[in-house]
Design a protein around this ligand. Structure first.
Ligand SMILES: [Zn+2]
Length: 431
């Protein structure tokens, strides 16, 4: 089930999106307090926005604006809201999203075509290994998508390897929906309890939250570790609450496919201009068909590269490469630009490394410093040298590396009030 528009030519897709954009602009101008103000302040006549190129005439929307003016983004009366979702903001308070009945249908459609893109059919059963409550959108989206697709779904939730395996052995799911590093925990549990993972019937996993591939789409260290033990296909899905939309890999596994009926995607440089082809930039999105809280030119903070050649799966839509990193976590180190995920990838190559924290700070001369704090079963100068050599080979630079005991790292990873473990501590002074 490939939507017709995704098989259309690039110019047909563009024309389709431009028509949808015009509908959105009228909707925002009528219902969104925030965007009414933007259009007024910047003297924007919405009838003058006709092409995707014209979007640059409209200022971008930042996460901070969304947080500070949260209520002004709401386009419907409270009685039309069905589901409330929150996402962690950058300024402390969470950002609230409200979904109407129509938005929930849109979310179901989005997830159904995204699952289908990764090869899931109504013959499959999926095991959901993420949270469905706690005001998260993702788990709900997966449930609604599976239902729309006609696939079965087992809502086990996050964690608890014992219950996960009990469900896998009992219900024989064909796909798992999980954070990839959790799959390593499942493999470990199976090993300890004599479960033959390759007889479990699981064909694949839809992976969220962590990248699976390098920029050339080869499997990264984490994905290699998983597939070394477990003969399953890994599909990446990239999504966020603000986007209300997912980008899933198809069977070609050459990036997450764009769904043109749901979202407009721009890749922008630091001056909010579109980047040149084959260049990394910040993903900036405009939601289509959202009723409750639509967003126009919203900067996601994620640095990605777009791939535009037609895909072997029959879709002609743009594909997003693996997220290179968060824009705010960009590090300029000894003449090289790098992001923490590149360092995760290197440290994942060392089985001795149990846990770690990447600490970024500003040094006396005002440039970035990196210190890796590592808890390791082995704390030898030999291992230290191996890690340094690996860094030099892969990233051309070597950060400062320190060994610490497991408890110290754990304390840093789980500060009070944090919902999930942190991997990066950014102590740099911001403007
Ligand atoms: Zn494809």
């Amino acid at each position: 089930m490939i939507p017709e528009i995704e098989k259309a030519s690039a110019s047909e897709i563009k024309a389709f999106q431009e028509k949808e954009l015009k509908t959105l602009l009228v909707y925002l101008n009528t219902n969104s307090k925030f965007y009414q103000q933007v259009f007024k302040t910047h003297n924007i006549d919405i009838t003058s926005i006709n092409t995707l190129e014209d979007l640059t005439k409209i200022p971008t929307t930042t996460k901070d604006q969304l947080q500070v003016n949260n209520d002004d983004f709401l386009c419907v009366s409270k009685t039309k809201i069905i589901d409330y979702v929150s996402t962690s903001g950058t300024l402390g308070d969470p950002v609230i999203f409200a979904l109407t009945d129509k938005d929930l249908n849109r979310l179901a459609y989005n997830e159904a075509i995204s699952f289908a893109c990764s090869g899931v059919t109504n013959q499959d059963v999926m095991q959901l290994m993420t949270t469905i409550d706690r005001r998260f959108m993702a788990g709900l989206a997966y449930f609604l998508g599976a239902r729309k697709l006609g696939a079965g779904i087992i809502r086990v939730g996050a964690g608890i390897p014992e219950l996960q395996w009990d469900s896998i052995l009992k219900f024989k799911p064909t796909y798992l929906i999980a954070v990839p590093s959790f799959l390593l925990k499942l493999i470990e549990y199976a090993r300890q309890h004599d479960i033959d993972i390759n007889q479990s019937g699981v064909k694949g996993a839809i992976c969220i939250g962590e990248p699976l591939r390098n920029q050339d789409f080869s499997l990264n260290a984490l994905a290699k570790k998983i597939t070394y033990d477990w003969d399953i296909e890994l599909f990446s899905t990239y999504a966020s609450t603000e986007m209300n939309t997912a980008f899933n890999e198809c069977e070609a596994q050459q990036g997450g496919h764009h769904h043109p009926e749901l979202i407009i995607a721009e890749i922008l440089d630091e001056n909010d201009n579109p980047v040149k082809p084959n260049t990394v930039g910040e993903l900036t999105i405009t939601t289509l068909g959202v009723e409750g809280m639509p967003l126009l030119r919203f900067k996601t903070g994620d640095m990605v590269m777009a791939h535009t050649s037609p895909c072997s799966c029959g879709r002609n839509t743009m594909r997003l490469g693996p997220v290179v990193g968060r824009r705010k976590q960009m590090i300029k180190y000894k003449g090289t630009t790098l992001y923490p995920p590149a360092m995760d990838n290197i440290l994942n190559d060392f089985n001795q490394v149990e846990s770690y924290i990447i600490e970024i700070s500003t040094n006396d001369i005002g440039t970035d410093e990196i210190c890796l704090k590592i808890a390791s079963k082995e704390q030898s100068t030999k291992l230290l040298q191996q890690i340094k050599d690996h860094f030099r080979a892969k990233l051309r630079v070597t950060p400062k590396i320190e060994f610490h005991d497991k408890k110290t790292i754990q304390k840093l990873q789980f500060p009070a009030m944090s919902r999930k473990p942190i991997k990066v501590i950014d102590k740099r002074k911001t403007e």
